[in-house]
Design a protein around this ligand. Structure first.
Ligand code: FES
Length: 107
């Protein structure tokens, strides 16, 4: 099962096993990682699952789609190229070792 590291804004790390097929957001939510709120439950309609992908992983993830890009406009302090909505990243086996950093706050 892929291990994903969620890094809180404070620097505290949470290394979580996330089953393939779940989303990066669900991996955080189901394991009590603070900092991802996911108010809309993963429908790409709230932007409160925003996180920064580690630069080493940006190119390895599926490309961002228009709906996610539009919704990211509402996220807090986005960083071009690194910001993603974690509910739109479906975990696959080759994401073992993925690192995402959480923003200071959501919205
Ligand atoms: Fe609402 Fe991701 S959970 S946009």
């Amino acid at each position: 099962m892929p291990k994903i590291t969620y890094v809180e804004f404070s620097g505290k790390e949470h290394v979580v096993d996330v089953a393939s097929g779940l989303t990066v957001m669900e991996g955080a939510r189901d394991n009590g990682v603070p900092g991802i709120e996911a108010d809309c439950g993963g429908a790409c309609a709230c932007s409160t699952c925003h996180a920064y992908v580690d630069p080493d992983w940006v190119e390895k993830l599926p490309a961002i789609e228009d709906m996610e890009e539009d919704m990211l406009d509402f996220a807090y302090e986005t960083q071009p190229g690194l910001s993603r909505l974690t509910c739109q990243i479906k975990v696959t086996d080759d994401m073992d070792g993925l690192v995402v950093k959480l923003p200071e706050k959501q919205i």
